[in-house]
Ligand binder design. Structure first.
Ligand SMILES: [Ca+2]
Ligand SMILES: [Ca+2]
Length: 486
């Protein structure tokens, strides 16, 4: 027989337990907790060196939108990629792992899981998704359209854009290596479409925090944009990069082979055909075009309800040479090819401020994890830049490391660049007196201690290149230089 009083106690207890469960479900579910977290707007630009207004790499660069982003956050003036070509650089900043750890050194393979180290590793968007974020990407984030499965949703791929029927300026080599006025309108450019798609995502209502990655393809070749962007840079007043004749006389044969690109034009060809000015101008025009697309996205964010609760990161995957060291493109361990724009803005980060500490793109993943209050991911090889975002003068005894293929490394401190190649040849540059890296000091006995000190930062692990690595030049060149075994 039931005791009515007991039943009543029982009922009340059940109600209390049920209500506790309800309260608990209302107050503590992951999505509700995560809803307090900031959104992330991650903007990756392709092949953009330090030619932006706020970095001053080129005195005439016009980038009002990137500059205004810098004005509301921290601009890193000594930020470096971890690899000076697309695929391994992006692999590194998206996974928070060094190329020398993953064996991802070249343009292929692009699938992250080919590296045994990355097979079960969480990339940045995956870690954010695991911790309650909607993760959305568009344009060029990873290389070659790979790894889109690391996002819950992916928009347009971006891409090189339309090509004219005939090459405009450079009749040789691959289709992509060319420059000039093309097409007619911005909205014919994939980067315009990428920005538009990102703007639509920013305008959507949602109940979870957003990790939105937006990848711009320009100023990667082909250096084509509409006429109005060329008009910003009249040829008759255009300034060209400073170069030194015979600059490469004091670097090794190995360095010259490593940095040779069969794809890019030769400096001698550029000079002979009067194309240096035109290509420099086209690169600047592409930068201003991309800056305008970044501006459209920033405007949309500013008009959204999330404007004040969004962490914004803007970076480029590596630098780009335009006749410095008598060469064009990336694929080298020098400053022009490895230095990148890096801006971080968001809640609690005062601006405008600059930070001259040497940092790497590899640091962005742990930085965003910390800024968004996610659990730390212990696998990561970078370190959070949060101390520098709060105090740009904070002690930072960590050099930046860039790797180009197997066992070739550059160590960058605020004063020095030290390069050691696989064959043992070395370069040392003193940025206090030689910002253009014209004078290799490595052979001078008085710098032996400087070199010894810098060499301690070389990575202790040099992973073998992953199977089927390719993409420096011809397969034969890859094999001859780097002992790629397939
Ligand atoms: Ca790139
Ligand atoms: Ca030199």
């Amino acid at each position: 027989m039931h005791n009515p009083r007991r039943l009543s106690v029982c009922l009340r207890a059940c109600v209390v337990i049920a209500s506790l469960v309800v309260v608990s479900n209302v107050a503590r579910p992951r999505a509700a907790v995560a809803a307090d977290k900031p959104d992330v707007l991650f903007i990756a630009i392709d092949d953009l060196n330090d030619w932006i207004g706020c970095l001053g790499g080129h005195p005439q660069a016009k980038t009002p939108n990137i500059d205004r982003l810098a004005s509301r956050g921290v601009l890193f003036t000594n930020a470096y990629c971890q690899a000076p070509i697309c695929n391994p650089s992006r692999m590194s900043f998206m996974t928070g792992m060094r190329p020398s750890t993953t064996g991802m050194y070249l343009l292929g393979p692009t699938n992250r899981k080919v590296s045994p180290v990355l097979r079960d590793h969480k990339s940045m968007p995956e870690w954010f998704a695991d911790n309650g974020y909607d993760t959305v990407g568009c344009g060029k984030i990873w290389h070659g359209g790979a790894n889109k499965d690391t996002f819950q949703k992916y928009g347009p791929d971006g891409g090189a854009g339309p090509l004219p029927k005939k090459k405009i300026a450079y009749p040789m080599g691959v289709k992509l290596w060319d420059w000039g006025v093309f097409p007619e309108r911005d909205d014919q450019m994939p980067d315009y479409e990428t920005a538009s798609w990102a703007i639509d995502r920013l305008n959507e209502p949602r109940d979870k925090p957003l990790f939105l990655a937006v990848g711009m393809h320009r100023p990667h070749v082909p250096l084509f944009v509409p006429q109005k962007w060329f008009d910003l840079y009249p040829l008759d007043t255009l300034k060209l990069p400073e170069t030194l004749d015979n600059d490469t006389d004091d670097v090794s044969e190995y360095a010259l082979k490593l940095t040779y690109s069969a794809l890019a034009p030769r400096q001698s060809w550029m000079v002979e055909h009067g194309q240096v000015d035109d290509a420099v101008r086209a690169y600047l025009a592409c930068i201003s075009f991309v800056d305008a697309q970044v501006g459209r996205v920033l405007d949309a964010l500013d008009k959204s309800p999330h404007a004040n609760n969004t962490v914004i990161v803007l970076l480029s995957d590596h630098g780009f040479a335009l006749s410095e060291k008598q060469r064009w493109a990336k694929r080298a361990l020098w400053d022009r090819e490895t230095k990148v724009p890096l801006i971080v803005a968001g809640p609690g980060i005062d601006g405008p401020r600059t930070c001259k500490r040497t940092v790497g793109l590899i640091d962005i993943y742990p930085t965003l994890v910390e800024l968004c209050g996610l659990p730390a991911y212990d696998e990561l090889e970078g370190r959070s830049l949060k101390p520098l975002l709060w105090d740009t003068e904070h002690a930072w005894p960590y050099p930046a490391l860039t790797t180009f293929h197997y066992d070739n490394h550059a160590i960058r401190t605020e004063r020095w660049r030290y390069i050691r190649y696989h064959d043992g040849t070395q370069e040392l540059y003193d940025h206090d007196s030689d910002p253009n890296e014209w004078h290799n000091l490595a052979g001078e006995a008085k710098y032996a201690d400087v070199i010894k000190d810098l060499a301690q930062y070389l990575p202790r692990v040099n992973a073998e290149a992953v199977p089927h690595s390719s993409g420096l030049g011809s397969r034969e060149e890859d094999r001859a230089l780097f002992n790629v075994d397939n």
